[in-house]
Design a protein around this ligand. Structure first.
Ligand SMILES: Nc1c(O)cccc1[N+](=O)[O-]
Length: 242
């Protein structure tokens, strides 16, 4: 997979060269290039934004600068991802879809975002996905791009240390639509808090049952919206008793 990220703050993307992803980049399993949007600015002030038509607060990022950048960085076949609070909700399913693509280009906006014609123009020749990672206000798209890139690249074969955890995590492909159960490690007692005895029992069936019950309880408490989406056919009698 090739990743290109365009931003006026390229240094924001430095975390992409750390940890497992950084190792995949260093050994060439993933190609990564981060671009400073101001490289495509044309005036002597290297400006990238302007006042909004129709008035209102804030500044809008200029279409000429962004279009020139995407013309260079997003060839035919690439998928352009625009992180924006107005985007389609990003989910694990979206991450799995993006993980199957060859070339992702992240257009990280600032201020009030990109002139909409940047999206409309790019969409004439490549797929453009406007995605939101959540209903809260960020200063720009860079942090959202980091979230999406991590969620996507950890699904790529050979990038994640333990492929199994990509399946068992909350929302992972192996997860039945439930939040992950609580996890414990040594010591068996810590500050007066003990590990649930079932986890020490060696009884794998009982451990699996406890973990499922805890997932159901946690999901019912924290994410009733996920419970409402569960397929009743996937719940057995023991589930219903939780
Ligand atoms: N929420 C938000 C934002 O405020 C700015 C850029 C991107 C996002 N987002 O992807 O969710």
């Amino acid at each position: 997979m090739r990743l290109d990220v365009v931003s006026i703050f390229p240094e924001y993307l430095a975390p992409l060269r750390q940890s497992l992803l950084g190792r995949a980049v260093a050994d060439g399993r993933i190609q990564l290039e981060v671009h400073d949007l101001r490289r495509w600015a044309t005036d002597r002030h290297r400006s990238v934004d302007d006042t909004p038509y129709g008035g209102g607060a804030g500044m809008v990022m200029r279409p000429d600068v962004w279009a020139a950048a995407l013309d260079d960085v997003a060839p035919a076949g690439a998928t352009v991802v625009v992180p924006t609070p107005a985007g389609h909700p990003f989910s694990q399913a979206t991450a799995a879809d993006l993980a199957r693509r060859e070339h992702l280009v992240f257009a990280c906006g600032r201020y009030e975002g990109l002139d909409q014609r940047v999206v409309l123009d790019a969409a004439r020749r490549v797929e453009v996905l406007e995605l939101s990672i959540g209903d809260y206000v960020l200063a720009g798209g860079e942090v959202a791009a980091l979230v999406v890139i991590e969620a996507v690249t950890r699904l790529l074969p050979g990038v994640l240390g333990n492929p199994e955890s990509a399946v068992t995590d909350s929302f992972g492909e192996g997860s039945p639509g439930l939040l992950e159960h609580p996890a414990y490690t040594r010591p068996v007692e810590f500050r007066g808090l003990a590990v649930p005895p079932v986890l020490l029992s060696g009884n794998h069936a009982a451990i699996a049952r406890w973990r499922r019950d805890e997932s159901l309880r946690r999901t019912a408490r924290r994410r009733p919206d996920l419970v409402a989406r569960l397929d009743p056919a996937t719940l057995d009698a023991a589930d219903r008793a939780v």
